[in-house]
Write a protein that binds this ligand. Sequence first.
Ligand code: SF4
Length: 637
Amino acid sequence: MPSVVLSQLPIPRQNFGRRTGNIPLGAACLKQAGRDLAGVAIEILPQHLAAHLGDAALIDHLSQARAEIYGFTVFSWNLTRSLYFAEKLKTAANCRVIFGGPEITPDNALAKSAFVDFYACGEGEAVFRRLLQDPESWRAGSGAESAADVFRAAESPYLSGMIDPAIENLMLIETQRGCPYRCGFCFYNKSRAGLVFAEEGNLLKAVTWAVERKIAEVYLLDPSLNSRPRLKPLLSAIARRNAGGTVRMFSEIRAEAVDEELADLLAAAGFDWFEIGLQSTNPKALKLMNRPTQLKRFVAGARRLKARGITPSIDLIIGLPGDDLRGFMRSVDFVADQGLQDDVQIFPLAVLPGTDFRRRHRELGLEFENQPPYTVTTSRGFAPEDFLLAYDYAESRLNAAFFPMPDLDASWRLGAVQSLAQASDLRVGLGKAAYVAKLMLNRVRPLDGIRRLARRLTQPYQVLVAPDLGDMNYLKEVLAITTSENPFTPLEVVFFEPAGLPGTRDILAALKLSRPHFLDGDLRFLFPQPGNRAALFTLVSGDPHPRFQGEMERQVYWWRGPALPALPDLDPFETLDGILIDAAAAPAAVAAWQDRFGREAAERFHISFADADLQRRWLLLASPDEYVQQVMPWKAG
Ligand code: SF4
């Protein structure tokens, strides 16, 4: 019986337990499409494992499944990691590997690998079924096939239990495939010829299912909701099912299409946020990207949404052909002047495989990174330094932070543990097993044990370095082991009151991370100089003088007073990157402090708590929508 395991690896991030948004909807559609095939067993890598396990632990989990076929949904953020997994799985056992997803395009040479047996371009259901039924079809090595009929008639895979919305408390409903527009930077319009719409009855069934289960959020995956025929009656029907707005609805729309009636219907249906691509107000840039925009109608539509309590989240792009720094600044001014700055997302142009801009990049004068996320580095209008200037301008004009530092979590103890010398590794339960999220180095530990633990690390993970460790060569040996087993997993090294400043360049040189790491490209604007942005260094110290704030470095004040601080007590540490509260107070008193000062403290400072349970409580309190409760509680040892 062919056994299949389908995986989708998440966007790498620096905070453990944060929602990843990595919902394997593509895998669920494939599983649903193949469920009637006799003798085929299809599994999806559980979402909580995909989200929170490091490379080695995930590969071990996948290997143990002994599948004959491994499938990966490939995006720019997981391409190199998926290739690494394919190599490991095929080297270890006789299996076949399929790649599909937006990153798999005929012109993407980076995806080519001897460890991938088949590339499915575009929608996958029909190709997948053929591969499972006809062994000969593997010979082609790649294929594309319309799945319009399957998609149009299919129920949401949530309803058949293929996928569980509980982890992210978010349900994705695919309403349409293909896009009528032809924006030059986008691949979505090329992923299939023509449009296909999910049947209205199935959409309404899915919304009803979400409302009955009180799913917090439903995202209608539609590149432009307004392009759906019979949209207004559909919205009226959704409004009847979601009366009272039990479910918060989200989607994407062209603002120019929003008239008064549509805005009323969207509000009644429960929508409270729309992603709206403006991209630029520069006529030359709009023309080159083939995105005609009527700015007056755009503003009128966005304001109609706002007037009904629906947040228009406006997208802008830096580095578009035809645009320059001044043009970008004018676009930012436009958004601010029109009062549309509540939620603005700004992306550097990504010259994605398969797009018109990629095909015409020479003609358009675009230079870009040849690794994901393919960020443009210069264009005719943008010098390399203009990108940072553009972000600086947008941050000050819109009063926003587009590259915030990761949340602070310098927790290190649990239960009755009082000192770093007594502390041990901190683990989290995921599925039936426990994995190490915080590796404690408060003594020299045998490297064999470190090697074993390196295969049980979470994504991301921390290495906590106590003052007594001292030996930086030993630390480098440990990090070389953990990173060689987990070359794609972001990590943070937290130094507690070290004797001298840690030499981070020296430590970085010892890391066996895959380079360039996706985060190197993705976070290139966090720090102006190139560096390895998949590794973060945090210094926790009782010294209030800033001395450790270079590339991917942050310094945190260690509050070890006998009592908890009042908020004014924290003012002297405003120049640092955060405060670790490690007072000798009872857990109930710390929890009361969190409840009392929570919002105000979180707005002014990056705060962490030494007790890991209280830290998790704090994260859920300060960022209630950002963290996943299921990865609690912690276990020591
Ligand atoms: S950017 Fe949006 S509207 Fe433009 S082609 Fe892509 S999906 Fe369609």
